[in-house]
Design a binder for this molecule. Structure first.
Ligand SMILES: Cc1cc2nc3c(=O)[nH]c(=O)nc-3n(C[C@H](O)[C@H](O)[C@H](O)COP(=O)(O)OP(=O)(O)OC[C@H]3O[C@@H](n4cnc5c(N)ncnc54)[C@H](O)[C@@H]3O)c2cc1C
Length: 464
């Protein structure tokens, strides 16, 4: 745990207390520790925690911190996996937990206006009452905030058909690191009026501006849903099927992949009734009831091909749910293979997926390390898990070398280090490797324009 108090001073604390309601600035040791971690292994003790209740208070905080050059780390619910909401350099954690109102849900216009602290799951519940949904569906939806979702461009299984946060955010209000208020986009589904600052801020991990309000695109919930389970001889055959599925006109609303080892874990730990196979695809399609049979048939045909062992429709919702709960149990179950786990969430162009999965298996053999893969195959987004024993130095070294080879492979295939979890602290070196120097330089200049003193989430996303 580290704390830098160079920029924290009594004058700043007084100014913040004046700008905030009573009990909205926490400076006790226990409170600071409670906000000193997220779902990564990074830790950092902030000097204080601010709990603003509206945008004016957020702006006052940013202006005061800018004057004192005090770092601000925005926080939704701390569920990110990359250290993105940990204040490693001290300063202020600004938690949006009290800005959690659903301001408006206009069912006719299919737009929700929300404060950033609203939980994704709370929005989904409200939207469902109107027969609508907001597409971004991270597994963490019941306990992650919309602000955090937007800042990480979060997504889930539905992304393959409906897109992640970027594709489903119409407009934003935010306070830039300069202390200025910024209004981007609006409640329109068509817009050609200036730079698209909405897409810039979505995925910027709290490094450019603090999102204080968002206008989100809602969609009508399709009445019907059908699910297929396809088993393959090996990962290559399953990945080839993914390429075929994505090439034909019926877009599945989920296309998830598990390799044979994950399948075995899902069977033993997740309790799903699954036969042995080299790989599995979970394929779902939604739509009007009348169109569902034809759509399912089209997907079933595309899933067929060299290496298919069996394909079957889920007989009911319970069978489908059993498979999803086994899929959700995978991540924690991996620790039963080996105590050390490096979980990367790489993304490659979807047509390169067959090459990625086949060559990952070759790397697993070459480095004599288990590499277990599952994930959102329809987006080319794979969770690649390297499992090892941290207490064995030779294995740690091999894991590091294997990880380097994994990223060489991803870059060779035209991929990127993260498809959904973001960069934070954990993947800055990889981003540096993945992007061209000119592109990185432009990113740095954008950061400087919005946050001239570099107070917003310093040290995250970009190196140096
Ligand atoms: C069990 C589990 C399952 C998960 N499954 C998925 C998944 O399926 N898909 C997926 O994409 N992710 C997943 N995640 C990762 C995580 O839930 C997401 O990244 C989520 O979007 C983070 O939201 P949060 O509210 O917890 O934000 P935090 O973790 O608190 O913050 C994340 C980032 O957002 C910034 N931030 C927060 N609020 C604001 C704001 N108002 N303005 C500007 N910046 C802000 C923070 O500074 C930080 O950079 C999962 C995590 C867990 C623990």
């Amino acid at each position: 745990v580290t704390a830098t108090i160079a920029h924290w001073n009594e004058a700043l604390e007084r100014r913040l207390r004046d700008a905030l309601p009573a009990r909205a600035l926490l400076a006790g040791q226990a409170e600071r520790i409670s906000y000193g971690f997220d779902n990564s292994s990074y830790r950092g003790l902030p000097d204080a925690v601010a709990l603003p209740e509206d945008e004016a208070q957020v702006q006052a905080i940013v202006q005061a911190c800018r004057a004192s050059r005090c770092p601000i780390t925005a926080r939704g619910r701390g569920t990110n996996t990359t250290g993105a909401s940990v204040a490693t350099g001290g300063g202020l954690v600004l938690s949006f937990e009290r800005m959690n109102r659903l301001i408006e849900l206009d069912a006719a216009a299919r737009v929700a206006v929300v404060e950033p602290g609203l939980l994704n799951g709370e929005l989904q519940t409200a939207a469902a009452r109107e027969g609508l949904f907001w597409p971004p569906d991270p597994t963490s939806a019941p306990y992650s905030s919309i602000g955090g979702n937007l800042a990480c461009n979060a997504g889930g299984p539905r992304t393959v058909k409906y897109g992640a946060c970027r594709e489903n955010t119409l407009g934003l209000a935010a306070i830039a690191g300069s202390g200025e208020r910024l209004r981007a986009g609006g409640p329109y589904t068509k817009l050609a009026s200036g730079y698209d600052l909405t897409r810039l801020l979505v995925g910027s991990e709290g490094t450019l501006a603090l999102i204080t309000r968002a206008e989100l695109r809602l969609l009508p919930k399709p009445p019907g849903l059908a699910a297929l389970r396809a088993l393959y001889r090996d990962v290559g055959a399953a990945a080839q099927a993914v390429a075929r599925l994505m090439r034909q006109p019926v877009v599945p609303c989920a296309l998830e992949f598990m390799d044979g080892e994950c399948l075995a874990l899902a069977r033993s730990r997740g309790g799903a009734d699954l036969p042995e196979a080299g790989a599995l695809l979970m394929i779902e399609v939604d739509g009007e009831f009348e169109a569902l049979d034809a759509a399912t048939l089209a997907l079933e045909r595309a899933a067929q091909g060299e290496g298919l062992i069996a394909i079957e429709r889920a007989s009911d919702a319970a069978q489908r749910e059993a498979l999803w709960s086994a899929r959700r149990a995978l991540s924690p179950a991996l620790r039963s293979v080996a105590p050390g786990k490096i979980n990367e969430d790489v993304v490659v162009p979807v047509m390169r997926l067959p090459e990625l999965v086949t060559r990952l298996k070759a790397l697993s053999q070459r480095f004599d390390l288990p590499i277990l893969c599952f994930g959102h195959a329809g987006n080319g987004n794979l969770h690649v898990n390297l499992l090892y024993h941290p207490e064995v130095p030779a294995e740690v070294q091999r894991t590091q070398a294997c990880l380097d080879a994994v990223f060489d492979l991803v870059l060779e295939l035209g991929g990127m280090p993260s498809g959904e979890h973001g960069i934070g602290l954990a993947k800055r070196e990889l981003l540096q490797r993945a992007l061209e120097p000119e592109t990185l330089a432009i990113m740095r200049r954008i950061k400087l324009a919005l946050d001239p003193e570099g107070i917003l989430n310093p040290g995250k996303l970009l190196l140096g």
